[in-house]
Design a protein around this ligand. Structure first.
Ligand code: G3H
Length: 225
């Protein structure tokens, strides 16, 4: 399962890249708006940092297929070929996904709340389909189960589309999807940090250090004993 950062703050992205095995960056209009700068300024800085081959996912805002198609061209021109065009799965969005795929764009079908949206996005040729796990939970439906079932729909219908699960509230949800073998999860920085912020682990490491120092002396380690 690919692990992708769902954020647009360059300092945060740099920090996560230093510590975690991450595979790229996803953004959406809300995430970009939080940066308070021109969206292309933010995105071009991210692209420069992650390099031309890493996955960057950028969402369109247009409500009809023609505008979405034009936005996609501009996004590709300014941010490079390996930029996934995130298209919400509406009626117009599906039309746009078909046209974009015919023209060789990498596409992430997004704003997915139902199995049927995901199935149609897969049929239209999307590379990824992004179910919003936490938001689905908030509708009273099990978002993790739905993401797993969407993965199964793709595999059972011989579709190449991968699930790019989005909208997580905790690290356990991401682990559940890794166990099921879904293609990718895009996770906010605080939830990524939560993947290893485990009190029991911190305690175990502290005890190792305490025991070592009680025998070898304060401030010792395997360099200076
Ligand atoms: O792009 C979609 C986001 O991953 C949704 O996440 P959120 O529900 O935490 O805003």
């Amino acid at each position: 399962m690919k692990l992708i950062i769902d954020d647009a703050n360059l300092d945060t992205i740099k920090g996560l890249y230093e510590y975690f095995p991450v595979d790229g960056v996803t953004t959406n209009p809300t995430i970009l708006a939080k940066e308070g700068k021109n969206p292309y300024e933010v995105l071009m800085a991210i692209r420069e940092f992650i390099g031309p081959d890493a996955e960057l996912h950028v969402q369109v805002v247009g409500k009809n297929a023609d505008l979405i198609y034009e936005e996609a061209h501009m996004i590709r021109k300014r941010l490079g070929n390996n930029t996934f065009i995130k298209v919400p799965v509406t009626r117009e969005g599906l039309k746009a996904i078909k046209v974009l795929k015919k023209n060789g764009f990498p596409v992430t079908a997004t704003a997915i709340y139902t199995h049927m949206q995901a199935f149609l996005a897969g049929k239209a040729g999307a590379d990824y389909a992004a179910p919003y796990v936490n938001r689905i939970d908030n509708l009273g439906v099990d978002g993790i189960r739905e993401a797993k079932e969407i993965h199964d729909i793709f595999r059972n219908n011989n579709m190449a589309t991968e699930v790019l699960a989005a909208s997580f509230k905790n690290s356990q949800q991401a682990l559940e999807l890794a166990k099921h073998g879904v293609g990718a999860a895009t996770i906010s920085p605080d939830v990524i940090e939560g993947l290893v912020a485990i009190d029991a682990v911190t305690h175990a490491v502290d005890v190792f250090i305490r025991d070592f120092e009680s025998f070898c002396g304060k401030g010792t380690n395997m360099l200076n004993v």
